[in-house]
Design a protein around this ligand. Structure first.
Ligand code: DGL
Length: 271
């Protein structure tokens, strides 16, 4: 048993798609979440900046006594996982391998699509992992840089003409490539799931990278006997680097539960 909290971070709200799944699957676990809403998006930035931001995010989280850190961000997972894992003496879990494992298990045809931020696609990390786990797979990848700002501004509903236009523009190559599985390689994208499914149709399985990494967390806690003694009622604390009020309002939508008034703003540049 280990009653310490799990630290989870993202450049913004996207990592909450992982927290939602964590709460559903492991309801007794305490969670400390940090969303770097003051500096989002990370995905269009260079590797040095992403690494610097990620180190600060981890330094803030480690002011709490944690048993593991979840990088609930495709961009940081593809750019800085090895560095963060090397620098920190606790398990650091990213989203890439768990998402690829789910995709490889789901595909029937071996034609797998991947969407992510510019930095994620440029890193080639998802493709490398697919090649390791399923060498015969064909991967079609595309960066979708406008998805994150849309989601962060609450625009993701099917039926929203701008959302539909954007989805059609970005996802046309996946229809053409006839993928049967699409990895949502950025943790913001599950909010667009309905709009994406409406465009690609029921035949395409959508893999949420944030939700997939919870499998790995659950397995790790089980294997190392590190589960919280509580099985319900885990404590959740939320921090953001921009307005706590704005975070609370949007986070409530991401989490499907009202957390307004519970978030706190911190000065991430001090870490
Ligand atoms: N949720 C982050 C990711 O998974 C968002 C990227 C960004 O900040 O650009 O990549």
């Amino acid at each position: 048993m280990d009653d310490r909290a799990i630290g989870v971070f993202d450049s913004g709200m996207g990592g909450l798609t992982a927290v939602r799944e964590l709460i559903r699957r492991l309801p007794g676990e305490d969670v400390v979440y940090f969303g770097d809403t003051g500096r989002v998006p990370y995905g269009g930035r260079g590797a040095d900046t992403i690494i610097k931001y990620a180190r600060q995010d981890v330094a803030f989280l480690r002011t709490f006594d944690l048993k593991a850190i979840v990088i609930a961000c495709g961009t940081v997972s593809t750019t800085a996982l090895d560095i963060l894992a090397r620098e920190n003496p606790l398990p650091v879990i990213g989203v890439v391998e768990p998402a690829v494992r789910s995709a490889v298990a789901a595909t029937r045809t071996g034609r797998i699509g991947l969407v992510g931020t510019k930095a994620t696609i440029a890193s080639g990390a998802y493709e490398r992992t697919v090649r390791e786990l399923m060498p015969q797979a064909e991967v079609t990848a595309r960066a979708c840089p406008l998805f994150v700002p849309f989601v962060e501004n609450g625009r993701y509903q099917p039926g929203d003409p701008l959302v539909e236009l954007l989805v059609a523009e970005y996802l046309a190559p996946f229809r053409e490539a006839e993928v049967d599985t699409l990895i949502l390689g950025c943790t913001h994208y599950p909010l667009l799931k309905d709009a994406i499914a409406a465009y690609l149709g029921d035949g395409v399985r959508l893999i949420s990278s944030g939700a997939a990494c919870v499998d790995t967390v659950a397995r790790l806690l089980e294997e190392r006997d590190m589960k919280n003694a509580k099985t319900q009622g885990g404590l959740r604390r939320y921090f953001a680097s921009d307005s706590a009020q704005d975070f609370g309002a949007l986070a409530s939508i991401f989490l499907g539960e009202d957390i307004q008034g519970q978030a706190q703003q911190i000065a991430i540049e001090n870490y």
